[in-house]
Design a protein around this ligand. Structure first.
Ligand code: GDP
Ligand code: IMO
Ligand code: MG
Length: 433
């Protein structure tokens, strides 16, 4: 029995979905605990590709329970679309295999409107959010104005909360942002209908997880975004609005910290970032473009091109500290094939000062220049490799350097998007300490 948290170590899109889908084979429950449909987790099974935004990446495995914890913000329209979309592909989603916390907060139309209006107003200094209303929804949660899943099941309560929220939101939208006001009746009708669809799935995730853990089941917690998009520990203000670090698996699912067995980090073999914000190892040249094209680095949620750069081990080490990582899963190693020289950032030069951690202040980080170590590349296609010993020597050396620079062993290496394009070095549900 083990309870494992999977976390992104960089700025998101590390390939968490693929790794979670892979590990689900030996898990019983797969739980999302933060973020919302700003996430886009891609699973490739044979010829089929699924992009999940809210439903945990375990859903393709029959007999497993997927849970959306209280810490997630749910856009019910997106959730229902995702349930129906999966059904259309022959994946049954029902109250047996999907459990939704009654205490998760709901993304409302005014959250999306405010997200868009704030970004427009920020102009060139915008964050580059996904526009899904994530930030404004978490704001309302913290301000204690939020509407939660269980509110959908009580028309009077929902009408009252909606009306109070709209009084304030419409004032802001109309008089500050110059936006049209939103209609309370129409939203009420729309959300009551969502409530009818969602009610059978809803329950107490915290209690269910405790019972499952007591019964010796394996729990797999699926992080969304990445450590450097964390609201506290990321490159603030160019971050998302939730804690993306492993500690939040406990808060966002309602489970005590001593029940977590270990935390594993997913590391893309290079670095990408969508939206604004500092990115010390960013490549603005042809190499960056080549990685973007070969890696298909276009957002799973918004389709935006992802900024690309060299692997930054300062960033990965920061994640190791913030998440107590016990293992690293390297993804997209195949994308680096053909580059003659590979660089890894091992430290930063910040004026005369050398740093080996990410400085939390934005201005300090923006002033940092990476210090690189260089590694010879390889030309062999890696997608057919299934054993570590079959990697070219230069690939082995690149992987060993990552392990040494992080001081953390690898548990998996991924050489393609498919399930089988993977080398499992240690399966956490067989060996978790
Ligand atoms: P997530 O948000 O962390 O789940 O990652 P995304 O799904 O947004 O982005 C990762 C992308 O890389 C997806 O298109 C995956 O199918 C793909 N992918 C995952 N692992 C590999 C790999 O090892 N090699 C290649 N070429 N693609 C991969
Ligand atoms: P997954 O789970 C990459 C980024 C946005 C923006 C910032 C804030 O697929 O790795 P938000 O809409 O959350 O307020 O946007 O965070 N962002 C992501 N980038 N992967 C994600 O999720 C992301 N979710 C949010 O691009 O820079
Ligand atoms: Mg993604």
């Amino acid at each position: 029995m083990a309870n494992v948290v999977i976390i992104g170590t960089q700025w998101g899109d590390e390939g968490k979905g693929k790794i979670v889908d892979l590990l689900t084979e030996k898990a019983d429950y797969v739980i999302r605990f933060q973020g919302g449909n700003n996430a886009g987790h891609t699973l490739v099974v044979g010829e089929r590709k699924f992009i999940l935004h809210l439903i945990p990446s375990g859903i393709l495995h029959p007999g497993k329970v997927c849970a959306i914890g209280n810490g997630v913000v749910i856009d019910p329209a997106v959730l229902i679309q995702e349930i129906d979309g999966l059904a259309g592909h022959g994946v049954a989603v029902n109250p047996e295999n999907l459990l939704i916390s009654r205490y998760a907060h709901l993304i409302m139309p005014y959250h999306r409107a405010l997200d868009a209006a704030r970004e427009t107003r920020k102009g060139r200094s915008k964050i580059g959010t996904t526009g899904r209303g994530i930030g404004p929804c978490y704001e309302d949660k913290v301000a204690r104005n939020g509407i939660r899943v269980h509110d959908l099941f009580d028309p009077e309560v929902l009408a009252d909360k909606l009306q109070k929220n709209l009084e304030e939101k419409n004032f802001l939208l109309q008089h500050f942002f110059g936006h049209d006001p939103l209609d309370s009746e129409a939203i009420l009708e729309e959300y009551l209908a969502y409530g009818k669809r969602i009610e059978p799935f809803s329950g107490n995730v915290s209690e269910r997880l405790q019972a499952a853990d007591d019964a010796g089941r394996n729990l797999l917690f699926e992080g969304a975004q990445g450590t450097h998009l964390d609201i506290d520990h990321g490159t603030y203000p160019f971050v998302t609005s939730s804690n993306t670090v492993a500690g939040n698996a406990c808060c966002g699912a309602g489970i005590g910290p001593s029940r977590i067995s270990e935390v594993l980090g997913v590391v893309k073999a290079y670095t990408t970032r969508v939206g604004g914000g500092p990115f010390p190892s960013e490549l603005l040249d042809e190499t960056g473009q080549k990685i973007q094209q070969t890696g298909g680095e276009f957002g799973s949620t918004t389709g935006r091109p992802r900024r690309c750069g060299w692997l930054d081990m300062v960033v990965v080490r920061n994640s190791a500290r913030l998440n107590s990582l016990a293992g690293l899963g390297i993804t997209k190693l195949d994308v680096l094939t053909g580059l003659p020289v590979l660089k890894i950032a091992v430290g930063y030069k910040c004026g005369p000062v050398k740093l080996d951690t990410v400085p939390p202040e934005l201005t300090a980080l923006e002033a940092c220049e990476p210090i690189y170590e260089e590694f010879p590349g390889w030309h062999q296609d890696l997608r057919g490799v299934r054993r570590f010993s079959d990697f070219p020597e230069n690939t082995k050396n690149y992987l060993k350097a990552i392990e040494e620079l992080a001081g953390i062993p690898l548990f998996v290496v991924s050489v393609g998007p498919g399930r089988d394009e993977t080398i499992i070095l240690r399966h956490p549900f067989e060996t978790a300490r």
